[in-house]
Write a protein that binds this ligand. Structure first.
Ligand SMILES: Cc1ncc(C[n+]2csc(CCOP(=O)(O)OP(=O)(O)O)c2C)c(N)n1
Ligand SMILES: [Mg+2]
Length: 657
């Protein structure tokens, strides 16, 4: 007789193999090998399947997202509302069970995963958020923020650089409530890990400052559960539990082989696997009565977690009413009415780099948005993203809201996503714009997951100057503008910067990137609120013959060209376009009133790639842009060298009028 635990694990395995076989697509190797580890976590986790959003729940991230079948199997068995019919629709259009787990799509999925390693970064972010919120809100006798974050990863996740970045930081920060289970099967797609991955993972993680526990028998649920208990006892370090498993466990010929990684077992192999697990090979999608009863037994324990927490919160509300209200407000991401707060929109006339204006605006926001939290990839002295008076997070001071990521853009993005996924906090991150290349993967994931992460990037063009081509973004604006569900902002001065931050803060279901200059720019707008429409008329003359469209530092050039054209008797209009995405969201009548469809002479001016601008200039239009790499020289020299001059704009204007 199998124990209920063992029977459950084997049921999970069989369900996964059936799902993948029916879909004729998927990854059986991980579920068959890692089912005991996953079940050990889920049965010991503090969660309430009846309410997947229970605020103080433990989080579980399947970093090895290709094991999605296993996650859906768990969600089914634990009664999260994923039904047998959903398992039978695995990987089909509009199903609850897509190829890789999708946050916001399937209740109980805590993060969209699939790009290997990202989930570890997300989990670090969740654990960091928990630690900060606990430091901020817990009081003696009231551990109202008190949960663990689990991630399950494979060899592939640990091969990825992002996991190294995130793990190194988690060790430094001493995130003691982070527990990562490593499905150590020594197999990846191309075969044995011997061919490309031979370091001591244990040595590596110990060097990061983690506790490492090794479970030799990945089928031993009790041993894995004991390791989880040991992990919880260590509160000053994150824990890696290396669970030695066999990929495709139970499959007669594919067990231990890469061939079980990413394709259905096939009818014969599936039947053999079921026999090996002690199941009837003729029965599909079957959950034995004993397993159902086992989950019924656990149900009340899970419900009690939330009931107990609710009663603790009730007492907390009585004893600490202000903190209670604040916590509630943080979870709602509430914002004050900045639109009617004049002090938010006022700046002096002195020229200033938009990164410096950004610093002013960020601090104005921080004063009224206490759940704002964030930092830079070792660049805050340059990106100007410190919130004054909000403390610096460290192992010894976990109540600090300024975060230090080290020079780790990729992990920074993934961690920020994790903070947003956790809830209660509004994260921002910052770095040099050119290094968005290093964090495109999590920026894309933020778009996919509808996460309101704010990215602040400075040093936005050849305006960087002497650092040269490696530090001068060219194609990055086009890359971000082409990323779905991501709003990009490139303000031209302080007032527009305020508008862009305001818009970014308003966008609660998608990420925003604010792109700022290193170099000084003049204050050229009169009313920053005009920029709230994304694009608007900055200078105008009666019956304009040509429209100059510019963003950021090039808005000034457009204004100067406007004056030069006026001196030649040519009526022009300048459109400032700090955000294409926001402009495109405006009604057609507004957009037409700005871009005047009957005027085809249009020039886009931006010190970056021309890619994407023709949707506004049309094919008859022109661009003053740059499609090659930059160079090392003082910035004014570079703008001249690459054609960002009044003469060049006027010349192009005369060509197309
Ligand atoms: C960033 C990224 N690169 C490549 C892939 C494609 N891929 C999916 S799984 C995998 C390797 C899987 O190895 P492991 O994590 O050990 O999983 P196992 O084969 O043991 O299930 C790769 C390369 C991916 N999903 N993400
Ligand atoms: Mg593996």
């Amino acid at each position: 007789m199998k124990s209920p635990d063992q029977l459950t694990v084997d049921t999970l395995r069989a369900l996964c193999a059936d799902m993948i076989q029916k879909a004729n697509s998927g990854h059986p190797g991980l579920p068959l090998g890692a089912a005991p580890a996953a079940y050990s976590v889920w049965s010991s986790m503090r969660h309430n399947p009846r309410n997947p959003k229970f605020v103080d729940r433990d989080r579980f991230v399947l970093s090895a997202g290709h094991g999605s079948a296993m996650l859906y199997g768990l969600l089914n068995l634990f009664n999260y509302g994923v039904e047998m019919s959903d398992l039978q629709q695995f990987r089909q259009l509009d199903s609850k069970t897509p190829g890789h787990p999708e946050y916001g799509h399937t209740a109980g999925v805590e993060a969209t995963t699939g790009p290997l390693g990202q989930g570890i970064g997300n989990a670090v972010g969740m654990a960091w958020a928990e630690s900060y919120l606990a430091a901020k809100f817990n009081r003696p006798g009231y551990s109202i923020v008190d949960h663990h974050t689990y991630a399950l990863c494979g060899d592939g996740c640990l091969q990825q650089g992002v996991s190294a970045e995130a793990a190194s930081l988690a060790g430094t920060l001493g995130l003691g409530k982070l527990i990562v289970l490593y499905d150590s099967n020594s197999i990846t797609i191309e075969g044995s890990t011997d061919i490309a991955f031979t370091e001591s993972v244990q040595g590596r993680f110990e060097a990061y400052g983690w506790q490492v526990i090794r479970v030799e028998d990945g089928n031993d649920v009790d041993a894995i559960s004991a390791a989880i208990s040991t992990a919880k006892v260590e509160t000053s370090k994150p824990t890696l539990i290396e669970v030695v498993t066999q990929i495709g466990f139970g499959a007669p010929t594919k067990q231990g082989r890469a061939s079980s990684h990413g394709e259905p077992l096939g009818d014969e192999e599936l039947a053999g696997a079921k026999r090996n697990l002690g199941f009837d090979p003729e029965r599909f999608f079957h959950v034995p009565q004993e397993v159902t009863a086992h989950f019924d037994d656990m149900k009340q324990r899970f419900a009690d977690f939330e009931i107990d927490w609710e009663s603790l919160m009730g007492a907390y509300k009585q004893t600490h009413p202000d903190l209670y209200s604040e916590l509630m407000a943080w979870h709602k991401n509430e914002l004050p009415d900045l639109l009617n707060d004049d002090s938010f929109w006022q700046f002096d006339d002195k020229p200033a780099a938009t990164r410096l204006s950004g610093e002013i605006v960020l601090n104005r926001l921080a004063a009224v948005s206490p759940n704002l939290i964030g930092g830079a990839a070792d660049l805050s002295p340059s990106t100007k993203t410190i919130m004054a008076g909000r403390g610096n997070y460290s192992k010894s001071d976990p109540a600090g809201a300024n975060l230090y990521f080290g020079a780790r853009e990729h992990a920074m993005g993934a961690i920020a996503n994790g903070i947003a996924l956790h809830g209660g906090l509004r994260p921002y991150v910052s770095g040099f714009f050119v290094f968005t290349d290093q964090m495109k993967p999590p920026m894309r994931m933020a778009g996919i997951m509808n996460l309101p992460v704010i990215h602040i990037f400075t040093h936005d063009s050849i305006g960087v100057g002497e650092d040269g081509c490696t530090h001068q973004p060219i194609e990055q604006l086009a890359m971000l503008r082409s990323t779905p569900n991501l709003a990009v902002f490139r303000p031209c001065d302080a007032a527009e910067t305020a508008a862009c931050y305001y818009l970014a803060m308003q966008r609660k279901t998608n990420p925003s990137s604010i792109i700022l200059t290193r170099q000084t720019v003049p204050q050229i707008t009169q009313d920053g609120k005009l920029a709230l429409k994304g694009g608007y008329i900055l200078r105008d003359s009666p019956s304009p013959k040509i429209i100059l469209i510019a963003t950021g530092s090039e808005a000034e050039l457009a204004c100067k060209a406007y004056d030069a054209l006026a001196a030649k008797g040519i009526a022009a209009r300048v459109v400032s376009m700090p955000s294409m995405e926001v402009f495109d969201e405006q009604p057609k009548a507004y957009r037409d009133s700005v871009l005047l469809p009957n005027i085809t002479a249009r020039i886009a001016i931006e010190a970056a790639s021309s890619f994407g601008w023709h949707k506004y200039t049309g094919l008859n239009g022109a661009t003053v842009t740059m499609d090659g790499y930059g160079a090392s020289a003082p910035a004014p020299k570079l703008f001249e060298h690459f054609g960002f001059t009044v003469e060049n704009v006027v010349k192009k204007a005369l060509e197309i009028i």
